[in-house]
Design a protein around this ligand. Structure first.
Ligand SMILES: Cc1cc2nc3c(=O)[nH]c(=O)nc-3n(C[C@H](O)[C@H](O)[C@H](O)COP(=O)(O)OP(=O)(O)OC[C@H]3O[C@@H](n4cnc5c(N)ncnc54)[C@H](O)[C@@H]3O)c2cc1C
Length: 398
């Protein structure tokens, strides 16, 4: 396997040439074929987490792609990182999610954590030995983040006492720490907010039951409870909580778009293989025009989503949290297309499409999740629609 250590973001400041990205993708493609493809079905069937794969991925630098050697964010790494996410997701969206969120948690630590907190967790995220979680949603409020009721109250000694509940927190049953959004002092809708990096063995923290899910199986997921949990000031991120978490959410939305894109790519790969082989009425399905039309739309939507996501990733790499409208559009278009076309892929496989040992049905179940996480498709459409009603279409558009 090619040594990627000099391309893993370790060198920091330089960008990646097209040739380097191609070389990186060859290495990651080989990793997918050798390590992920043979495991994808078993991970889906058993729902078992895969820390060994995370350590193997770390050996080829996957989690470290967006960081410099001195643990800062390397903007040059975003484009190659998202290319790898797409590729890995075409084999297993759950595994792609695990690498994506390692970079998301690392991004927030590198950008906003006090140095000792960053140094405690980020090296472990990069080498696949530590795991984090990103805790925004609450049982009564997912889309409406401002309705959150988890509150941090300052003590006379300068620490905080946190109480509240978070829901659907990916990887929390396997995580060492969580980055948690709280209100300050009161649960009022417009209260000030903070974000804390909280080790999950802190007294007062509880991790709920690992939920059995429709898709992205293998990624553990549970709620988190905070019962008067005492947290020192030093664990607080140096950013307004809401603003910092929304910046993280923009990165997560690009990742979710790339999971969708990878599912589209996987569906194209599996379906074209199948229709070339399967005979009906004396010839391969691939020769039937109605089949070609379905594949043509799938391919066109893949290309369109890919272009939008690349533009969204470039806007994020340019700083300031990225172009929120572009990122919303990319996430929504890619994940909606993934849902539409993985359903078509199952249909094109006929009866075999619903056999659990054919991968397209797993892709379809995973695609459904991509439309819900990191802002539902409806909410992205709503935000874009609002912007559209206000835009000056004769000038610069949105
Ligand atoms: C597999 C999985 C992993 C997740 N991982 C995480 C995680 O790691 N961290 C985290 O913080 N959260 C996580 N979530 C939570 C996820 O972000 C929320 O489920 C999502 O934001 C939707 O919130 P909700 O479930 O409360 O739905 P609701 O907000 O109750 O929405 C229900 C429905 O109503 C629609 N709706 C809501 N408001 C409007 C509106 N104003 N106009 C039109 N339609 C509307 C929605 O689109 C949706 O269809 C995860 C969820 C899942 C399923």
């Amino acid at each position: 396997m090619t040594d990627m250590s000099d391309m893993s973001g370790a060198t920091g400041v330089r960008g990646y040439t097209d040739a380097e990205i191609r070389e990186l993708l060859q290495v990651v493609g080989a990793f997918c074929e050798k390590e992920i493809a043979p495991r994808a079905r078993e991970i889906d069937e058993t729902g078992a987490f895969f820390p060994d794969l995370m350590r193997k991925g770390a050996e080829i630098g996957l989690q470290g792609l967006i960081f410099t050697e001195d643990l800062r964010v390397d903007p040059a790494g975003f484009a190659p990182a998202h290319e790898t996410t797409e590729l890995i997701s075409s084999y297993s969206a759950a595994v792609a999610l695990a690498f994506g969120i390692a970079r998301l948690h690392g991004y927030l630590l590198a950008r906003y954590a006090p140095e000792p907190v960053r140094d405690r967790w980020l090296p472990g995220l990069i080498d696949g030995t530590a795991f984090g979680a990103f805790a925004l949603s609450e049982p009564h409020s997912g889309t409406d983040i401002r309705a959150g009721r988890t509150v941090a109250r300052r003590t006379p000694g300068g620490d905080y006492r946190i109480s509240g509940e978070k829901a659907w927190i990916t990887q929390s049953p396997a995580a060492d720490f969580a980055i948690v959004l709280t209100k300050l002092e009161t649960a009022d809708r417009n209260a000030d907010t903070a974000a804390f990096v909280i080790p999950l063995d802190t007294p007062g923290v509880s991790v709920g039951r690992d939920e059995d899910m429709l898709g992205f199986r293998g990624m553990p997921m549970a709620g988190l409870g905070f019962d008067d949990c005492r947290v020192p000031e030093e664990w607080r991120l140096h950013v307004d909580g809401f603003r910092g978490m929304l910046e993280g959410l923009n990165l997560a939305r690009l990742d979710a778009g790339c999971y969708g894109l990878g599912l589209l790519r996987g569906a194209l790969r599996e379906t074209t293989r199948y229709v070339r082989d399967r005979q009906a009425f004396g010839r391969p399905l691939a020769e039937l025009q109605l089949v070609q039309e379905k594949l043509g739309r799938m391919y066109a939507d893949y290309l369109a989503a890919r272009g939008l996501l690349r533009a969204g990733v470039a806007s994020f790499a340019a700083g300031g949290g990225g172009d929120a409208h572009l990122i919303s559009a990319a996430k929504m278009v890619a994940t909606d297309a993934a849902m539409r076309h993985t359903v078509a892929a199952v249909q094109l496989h006929g009866g075999y499409g619903v056999h659990l040992h054919y991968d397209v049905q797993r892709m379809m179940r995973d695609a459904k999740i991509t439309q819900i996480i990191d802002g539902t498709s409806e909410i992205h459409a709503l935000m874009l629609g609002r912007a559209a009603t206000r835009a000056d279409w004769t000038a610069a558009g949105l």
